[in-house]
Design a binder for this molecule. Sequence first.
Ligand SMILES: *Cc1c(COP(=O)(O)O)cnc(C)c1O
Length: 448
Amino acid sequence: MEKKPFERPFIKKLQAGVPSKFGMKSQAEPISHIDKVPVTELLAEYGSPLYVISEKAIRDKFTMARHAFTTRYPRVQFAWSYKTNYLDAVCRIFHQEGSWAEVVSGFEYDKALQNGVKGSQIIFNGPDKTDEDLKKAIENDSLIHIDHFDEMYSIIALSEKSGKRPKVAIRVNMDTGVYPMWDRFGFNYENGDAWDAINRIMINEKLDLVGLHSHIGTYMLSTSAYKIAAGKLADLAFGIERKYGVHIKYIDVGGGFASNNTLKGAYYQGSDTVPAMDEYADAITSAILNSAINPRNLPTLILESGRSLIDDAGYLLGTVIANKRLSNGNRATIVDVGINLLFTSFWYEHEVYPAAPVSEHMEETTIYGPLCMNIDVIREAIAFPLLKKGDQFVIKRIGAYNMTQWMQFITLRPNVVLIDPKGKVHVIRKQENMELIRQQEVVPEHLK
Ligand SMILES: *Cc1c(COP(=O)(O)O)cnc(C)c1O
């Protein structure tokens, strides 16, 4: 029989987190495999830390989301939010599933083109579009979502030169009952700016108003906020129909559906409180179907969901560097995953699991990253078993935003691998090396 490692006995009051009416949040079983591939093998082959993305999880989630909307509404189109995760392999999975691209910069726009997305299937959002970006988007018949009047005037001026009639939508911000309100993007509904923008576009024949857009926030737990947003966009669409006799081709309600992660300080786990995709779909589609819009001219419903579609598919694997006791006696575990790789640890209480069965004794533990910086904390307080130096762990639900907001800071960025539906592992972004960093730097002659 194998000898179990010794652990000193202790008695300790658990204080990690606040008990809800169901008691303490409990740590589940270890995660030893991802899509049947052993975590130990992944780390041995590709190094630690390591990002792992499950292609099956992406496709399953997408299929579920598509089903939720297409069973309730006749014309539905998803557009993948590039900033949420713009690794080409990830984007191409979404495009294979039929998603268009939703981009917010010239860089993302070019990435979408390079991923084979047709210009007419790129939605161009965001407050910062240069004249160069706009020219390209007009040339390619992309859908330009206007953020402010200055942008509208630029597009009008550019269209005069190009001889094309740009396809535009306006971004609308509004009171949906969720505060603080995101009113910095687009034109406000309540104060009449949205109508002002619509009227200016409609009387100017150079622009083709094809859609109405909103993106009311992110990690939105309220389905009624979407109902209000979709209802207000539908009212605008109906108003345009009545005033100008023009049918708006699409209503785009943006992204922002919550993923199953738990926000810091939340009383319940995210997986218990986050609405199901069916509930979001119900709220949005019923608002449009129950509006005054003539059912024969129902606009296409566009969704730009990011985090809710990709968060679950991403894992971050790592290794314990050391354990220590802090001055107050609390246990600290230092790991090789820092906030430079897990930006979302600022907002989420990420779930961390051992990669192999360990002690059943939990102790309040702070999990620190490897950076020489006080704020490098992955979990402030988690009921966690003792993982020794060299033990491996898995952080769940990290697919959204971490692989775009990561920082090359103190260390280099590690490999990202994709596990395909057959269980084959592919490197989809190589770990960075010194050469890559040096290529970008120039030492002036006098310092050589
Ligand atoms: C970021 C963003 C999205 C995606 O948001 P999620 O919260 O990740 O779903 C969609 N649309 C726009 C305009 C965005 O800026």
